[in-house]
Design a protein around this ligand. Structure first.
Ligand SMILES: Cc1cc2nc3c(=O)[nH]c(=O)nc-3n(C[C@H](O)[C@H](O)[C@H](O)COP(=O)(O)OP(=O)(O)OC[C@H]3O[C@@H](n4cnc5c(N)ncnc54)[C@H](O)[C@@H]3O)c2cc1C
Length: 162
Protein backbone atom coordinates (compact mmCIF):
# COMPACT_ATOMS: atom_id res chain seq x y z
CA UNK A 1 0.00 0.00 0.00
CA UNK A 2 1.11 3.57 -0.59
CA UNK A 3 -1.85 5.40 0.95
CA UNK A 4 -4.80 4.53 3.12
CA UNK A 5 -7.75 5.82 5.07
CA UNK A 6 -8.97 4.51 8.43
CA UNK A 7 -12.77 4.39 8.72
CA UNK A 8 -12.63 3.82 12.45
CA UNK A 9 -16.35 3.98 13.28
CA UNK A 10 -17.11 1.29 10.67
CA UNK A 11 -14.15 -0.85 11.78
CA UNK A 12 -12.01 -1.05 8.65
CA UNK A 13 -9.36 0.71 6.63
CA UNK A 14 -9.05 1.06 2.88
CA UNK A 15 -5.82 1.28 0.92
CA UNK A 16 -4.63 1.11 -2.64
CA UNK A 17 -3.08 -2.21 -3.72
CA UNK A 18 0.00 -2.50 -5.91
CA UNK A 19 0.36 -6.21 -6.58
CA UNK A 20 2.87 -7.98 -8.78
CA UNK A 21 1.39 -9.98 -11.67
CA UNK A 22 1.42 -13.34 -9.87
CA UNK A 23 -0.62 -12.31 -6.82
CA UNK A 24 -3.03 -10.20 -8.88
CA UNK A 25 -3.59 -13.26 -11.10
CA UNK A 26 -4.09 -15.47 -8.06
CA UNK A 27 -6.75 -13.12 -6.63
CA UNK A 28 -8.61 -12.96 -9.96
CA UNK A 29 -8.43 -16.73 -10.51
CA UNK A 30 -9.66 -17.28 -6.93
CA UNK A 31 -13.06 -15.87 -7.93
CA UNK A 32 -13.01 -17.35 -11.45
CA UNK A 33 -12.35 -14.00 -13.16
CA UNK A 34 -9.84 -15.59 -15.52
CA UNK A 35 -10.39 -12.91 -18.16
CA UNK A 36 -9.01 -10.35 -15.67
CA UNK A 37 -5.68 -12.08 -15.24
CA UNK A 38 -4.14 -10.31 -18.22
CA UNK A 39 -5.73 -6.90 -17.68
CA UNK A 40 -3.86 -6.02 -14.48
CA UNK A 41 -2.44 -2.82 -15.98
CA UNK A 42 -5.97 -1.54 -16.51
CA UNK A 43 -7.21 -2.66 -13.10
CA UNK A 44 -7.57 -0.45 -10.06
CA UNK A 45 -7.57 -2.29 -6.74
CA UNK A 46 -8.75 -1.23 -3.29
CA UNK A 47 -8.03 -3.32 -0.21
CA UNK A 48 -10.55 -3.35 2.62
CA UNK A 49 -8.88 -4.40 5.86
CA UNK A 50 -11.32 -5.07 8.71
CA UNK A 51 -10.59 -5.12 12.41
CA UNK A 52 -11.96 -8.56 13.24
CA UNK A 53 -12.73 -9.72 16.76
CA UNK A 54 -10.34 -11.93 18.74
CA UNK A 55 -10.92 -15.62 18.10
CA UNK A 56 -9.67 -18.73 16.38
CA UNK A 57 -7.09 -21.29 17.42
CA UNK A 58 -3.67 -22.74 16.68
CA UNK A 59 -3.55 -26.34 15.49
CA UNK A 60 -1.17 -28.98 16.87
CA UNK A 61 0.91 -28.64 13.70
CA UNK A 62 1.24 -24.85 14.04
CA UNK A 63 -1.53 -23.82 11.64
CA UNK A 64 -4.02 -21.03 12.30
CA UNK A 65 -7.77 -21.64 12.17
CA UNK A 66 -10.18 -18.75 12.32
CA UNK A 67 -13.74 -18.31 11.12
CA UNK A 68 -15.00 -14.77 10.70
CA UNK A 69 -18.19 -14.01 12.60
CA UNK A 70 -21.22 -12.08 11.27
CA UNK A 71 -19.95 -8.73 12.60
CA UNK A 72 -16.56 -9.18 10.91
CA UNK A 73 -18.21 -10.09 7.61
CA UNK A 74 -20.53 -7.09 7.85
CA UNK A 75 -17.53 -4.76 8.19
CA UNK A 76 -15.97 -6.28 5.08
CA UNK A 77 -19.15 -5.99 3.05
CA UNK A 78 -19.68 -2.36 4.16
CA UNK A 79 -16.10 -1.62 3.10
CA UNK A 80 -16.72 -3.35 -0.22
CA UNK A 81 -19.79 -1.19 -0.90
CA UNK A 82 -17.79 1.96 -0.13
CA UNK A 83 -14.87 0.83 -2.29
CA UNK A 84 -17.29 0.00 -5.11
CA UNK A 85 -18.65 3.56 -5.04
CA UNK A 86 -15.12 5.00 -5.18
CA UNK A 87 -14.22 2.79 -8.14
CA UNK A 88 -17.49 3.59 -9.93
CA UNK A 89 -16.85 7.32 -9.50
CA UNK A 90 -13.36 6.80 -10.89
CA UNK A 91 -14.95 5.33 -14.03
CA UNK A 92 -14.33 1.65 -13.32
CA UNK A 93 -16.50 -1.00 -14.97
CA UNK A 94 -17.02 -4.67 -14.13
CA UNK A 95 -16.19 -4.24 -10.44
CA UNK A 96 -15.69 -7.46 -8.47
CA UNK A 97 -14.43 -8.56 -5.08
CA UNK A 98 -11.89 -11.25 -4.33
CA UNK A 99 -11.71 -13.87 -1.57
CA UNK A 100 -10.75 -12.58 1.83
CA UNK A 101 -7.51 -13.54 3.54
CA UNK A 102 -5.86 -12.94 6.92
CA UNK A 103 -2.52 -11.21 7.23
CA UNK A 104 -2.04 -10.16 10.85
CA UNK A 105 -2.52 -13.10 13.18
CA UNK A 106 -1.65 -12.38 16.81
CA UNK A 107 -2.87 -12.37 20.39
CA UNK A 108 -1.87 -15.93 21.33
CA UNK A 109 0.53 -14.88 24.14
CA UNK A 110 -1.26 -11.79 25.38
CA UNK A 111 0.35 -9.10 27.54
CA UNK A 112 -1.35 -9.29 30.93
CA UNK A 113 -2.21 -12.97 30.46
CA UNK A 114 0.88 -15.00 29.54
CA UNK A 115 3.53 -12.26 29.56
CA UNK A 116 3.88 -9.27 31.87
CA UNK A 117 4.28 -5.63 30.79
CA UNK A 118 8.01 -6.32 30.19
CA UNK A 119 7.10 -9.28 27.95
CA UNK A 120 8.44 -11.88 30.39
CA UNK A 121 6.64 -15.22 30.71
CA UNK A 122 6.06 -17.08 33.96
CA UNK A 123 9.62 -18.35 33.55
CA UNK A 124 12.47 -16.05 34.58
CA UNK A 125 14.29 -14.55 31.59
CA UNK A 126 12.04 -16.19 29.00
CA UNK A 127 10.52 -13.38 26.92
CA UNK A 128 8.15 -13.25 23.95
CA UNK A 129 8.33 -10.32 21.56
CA UNK A 130 6.28 -10.55 18.39
CA UNK A 131 2.74 -10.11 17.11
CA UNK A 132 1.43 -12.73 19.52
CA UNK A 133 1.72 -10.43 22.58
CA UNK A 134 -0.68 -7.80 21.24
CA UNK A 135 -3.62 -8.37 23.59
CA UNK A 136 -6.47 -6.84 21.59
CA UNK A 137 -8.00 -7.08 18.17
CA UNK A 138 -5.59 -4.80 16.35
CA UNK A 139 -6.91 -3.93 12.92
CA UNK A 140 -3.83 -1.90 11.96
CA UNK A 141 -0.57 -2.88 10.25
CA UNK A 142 1.43 -4.17 13.24
CA UNK A 143 5.07 -3.95 12.10
CA UNK A 144 5.88 -0.53 13.60
CA UNK A 145 4.37 -1.64 16.91
CA UNK A 146 6.42 -4.85 16.92
CA UNK A 147 9.63 -2.92 16.21
CA UNK A 148 8.72 -0.56 19.07
CA UNK A 149 8.17 -3.50 21.41
CA UNK A 150 11.52 -5.00 20.33
CA UNK A 151 13.39 -1.76 21.03
CA UNK A 152 11.71 -1.42 24.40
CA UNK A 153 12.57 -5.01 25.34
CA UNK A 154 16.21 -4.50 24.26
CA UNK A 155 16.47 -1.53 26.63
CA UNK A 156 14.86 -3.52 29.41
CA UNK A 157 17.31 -6.41 28.94
CA UNK A 158 20.22 -3.97 28.97
CA UNK A 159 18.87 -2.40 32.16
CA UNK A 160 18.46 0.98 30.41
CA UNK A 161 15.68 3.50 31.05
CA UNK A 162 12.66 2.81 28.78
C1 LIG B 1 0.53 -10.69 2.80
C2 LIG B 1 0.86 -9.90 4.04
C3 LIG B 1 0.96 -8.52 3.98
C4 LIG B 1 1.28 -7.79 5.11
N1 LIG B 1 1.40 -6.45 5.01
C5 LIG B 1 1.76 -5.73 6.09
C6 LIG B 1 1.96 -4.33 6.01
O1 LIG B 1 1.83 -3.71 4.94
N2 LIG B 1 2.31 -3.66 7.13
C7 LIG B 1 2.47 -4.28 8.34
O2 LIG B 1 2.77 -3.63 9.34
N3 LIG B 1 2.27 -5.62 8.44
C8 LIG B 1 1.95 -6.35 7.36
N4 LIG B 1 1.76 -7.70 7.46
C9 LIG B 1 1.82 -8.31 8.78
C10 LIG B 1 3.22 -8.50 9.28
O3 LIG B 1 4.04 -9.03 8.26
C11 LIG B 1 3.18 -9.47 10.46
O4 LIG B 1 2.17 -9.09 11.36
C12 LIG B 1 4.51 -9.46 11.18
O5 LIG B 1 5.54 -9.90 10.30
C13 LIG B 1 4.45 -10.38 12.37
O6 LIG B 1 5.73 -10.36 12.97
P1 LIG B 1 6.14 -11.49 13.95
O7 LIG B 1 7.54 -11.15 14.39
O8 LIG B 1 5.08 -11.66 14.98
O9 LIG B 1 6.13 -12.82 13.09
P2 LIG B 1 6.93 -13.17 11.71
O10 LIG B 1 7.35 -11.93 10.97
O11 LIG B 1 6.04 -14.15 11.04
O12 LIG B 1 8.21 -13.86 12.28
C14 LIG B 1 8.21 -15.18 12.77
C15 LIG B 1 9.58 -15.76 12.46
O13 LIG B 1 9.73 -16.98 13.18
C16 LIG B 1 10.31 -17.93 12.31
N5 LIG B 1 9.96 -19.26 12.84
C17 LIG B 1 8.76 -19.88 12.80
N6 LIG B 1 8.84 -21.07 13.39
C18 LIG B 1 10.09 -21.20 13.83
C19 LIG B 1 10.78 -22.23 14.53
N7 LIG B 1 10.15 -23.35 14.93
N8 LIG B 1 12.09 -22.04 14.81
C20 LIG B 1 12.72 -20.88 14.44
N9 LIG B 1 12.11 -19.89 13.77
C21 LIG B 1 10.82 -20.05 13.48
C22 LIG B 1 9.74 -17.63 10.95
O14 LIG B 1 10.53 -18.14 9.93
C23 LIG B 1 9.74 -16.10 10.98
O15 LIG B 1 10.95 -15.56 10.52
C24 LIG B 1 1.47 -8.45 6.33
C25 LIG B 1 1.39 -9.84 6.39
C26 LIG B 1 1.08 -10.57 5.26
C27 LIG B 1 1.02 -12.07 5.37
Amino acid sequence: MTAGVHIEDEGYMMTDMAHPFATAAMFAAGVFKFQKIFSRQKTLQIMVKAKDELGGQLTDTGGVRKILNKKDKLKLSRGYERAKEILKNAGAKDIFKTQYLAAHPGGTVKIGELVDSNLMTAYDNLFVCDCSVIPEAWGQPPTTTIIGLGKRLAKHLLGEKK
